[in-house]
Design a protein around this ligand. Structure first.
Ligand SMILES: Cc1ncc(COP(=O)(O)O)c(C=O)c1O
Length: 413
């Protein structure tokens, strides 16, 4: 028998999610998987199972049964490592994104002599800038001098060659580049392999904020040679508000012996419970763990990752995403282009799920459209000064929803 493998259609896993309700109790048009992913149907059972283990086993739950808490942070690590293109020991789940960013900057931002500058994008998500500025100050340096922010061009997009040019000219002064996988406001996707090459050539550390990239795009963190990457899991990974975040540290730093902020969960697991006074880090990314993992927010993450695996992994989902978001882009261009401008690059390789839309008539008209959509059960989001972000995600959004959105905008604008 020949088995013909076909790609599934976008939205095929919709009934495995709980889609929030809009006015009248019908499913909302939920287009904010880039902000807070929808709840997997199985998440409640996964959390309840752990609550039940706590109730029935108490402290013994750390060691007993099929999901002992001492090992819990590793259960879905293989799937997650696959999704980000990493080896198992390069990935860890812990804390939240901003904390992980600080942990990484503490270890990898080591200004020395003239090489002390951090380069990032202007208009980054604010937490990145706050973290970077505070780290620069922590070293007694001056952000006015030691932070370089690369500005977007007139098209509001960042251009890889501008970063390359910068590194070509000033690379010897750069200690670290922090870059997003996807720019949060415009939805622009970057050529991370190319940026990685430019960083290597300049001899600086390459760090990534992948909040908008993980679960959205296939990634190849090991191959592109990023030194570190951090991400959250409440967006495309559907793990729930403020759920536990992720972190990648490249294998070349497996036996890292530089500065790090240490905690007992990063200590060598074989001697952790001997309770000795001296810290001996685990090898690889796990050596940056501080505390015991938060079991109740990890349970939905592992459940959600099962769905990604069942859907065929990131390559299959990316194909569906290209179809889904491509259809939205096409329909907007076809029916609304005189009224709506798409800020996100239209070339498929430069965008992920999200499109950032600007109403040509200006900010007030844009805000009004956003509010009217909201009143009709369309959940997008608004980003100042004038952007409506809509992110159809292939696990639970459908091509029909794209049609409904375009027709509604046509009617309301
Ligand atoms: C690019 C980016 N970085 C960081 C964050 C938030 O960080 P945290 O999870 O620490 O609140 C967000 C939240 O939307 C984000 O979009």
């Amino acid at each position: 028998m020949t088995v013909i493998q076909t790609d599934s259609a976008p939205g095929q896993f919709r009934d495995r999610f709980r889609i929030p309700r809009g006015p009248g109790g019908k499913d909302a048009l939920y287009l904010v998987g880039n902000s807070l992913g929808a709840q997997p149907e199985a998440a409640a059972d996964a959390v309840n199972a752990q609550l039940e283990r706590w109730a029935s086993l108490g402290v013994v739950g750390h060691f007993d049964g099929p999901t002992p808490w001492l090992e819990f942070q590793r259960f879905g690590i293989d799937t997650l490592a696959d999704m980000v293109g990493a080896k198992r020991h390069e990935v860890v789940v812990m804390n939240t994104l901003t904390i992980n960013l600080h942990l990484m900057l503490t270890s990898f931002f080591r200004p020395q002599g003239p090489r002390r500058r951090i380069v990032m994008e202007r208009g980054s998500f604010p937490t990145d800038r706050y973290a970077v500025v505070s780290q620069i100050q922590w070293h007694g340096l001056d952000p006015d001098r030691d932070l370089a922010e690369l500005a977007p061009r007139r098209d509001r997009l960042l251009h890889e060659e501008d970063l390359e040019d910068y590194l070509e000219r000033y690379g010897e002064q750069v200690a670290l580049v922090l870059w997003p996988g996807v720019q949060y406001a415009t939805g622009q996707v970057f050529d991370l392999a190319r940026i990685g090459r430019a960083c290597r050539k300049a001899g600086c550390v390459f760090g990534l904020d992948l909040a908008h990239a993980v679960g959205n795009l296939p990634l190849a963190l090991h191959e592109i040679g990023a030194d570190f990457a951090v991400w959250c899991s409440y967006k495309y990974l559907n793990s729930g508000p403020a759920a536990v975040a992720g972190c990648f540290v490249h294998e070349r730093h497996r036996d890292f012996d530089g500065p790090r902020l240490a905690g007992w969960w990063g200590h060598d697991e074989h001697s952790r419970f001997r309770m000795g006074p001296d810290f001996k880090p685990m090898r690889g990314a796990e050596g940056w763990q501080l505390s015991e993992p938060p079991i109740l927010t990890l349970a939905p993450l592992w459940t959600s990752l099962d769905l990604f695996a069942e859907a065929g992994g990131m390559d299959a989902l990316r194909r569906q995403s290209l179809e889904l978001t491509g259809h939205l882009a096409h329909r907007i261009q076809e029916q609304l282009s005189e009224r709506i401008r798409i800020l996100t690059p239209l070339e498929p390789h430069r965008r992920g799920c999200q499109l950032s839309l600007q109403v040509r008539a200006g900010r007030e008209a844009g805000l009004k459209l956003f509010e009217r959509l909201e009143a009709r059960g369309v959940i997008c989001d608004w980003r100042e000064p004038d952007i409506i972000r809509a992110a159809p995600v292939p696990l639970y959004n459908t091509l029909d929803e794209v049609e409904i959105l375009v027709d509604l905008i046509d009617k309301l604008l």
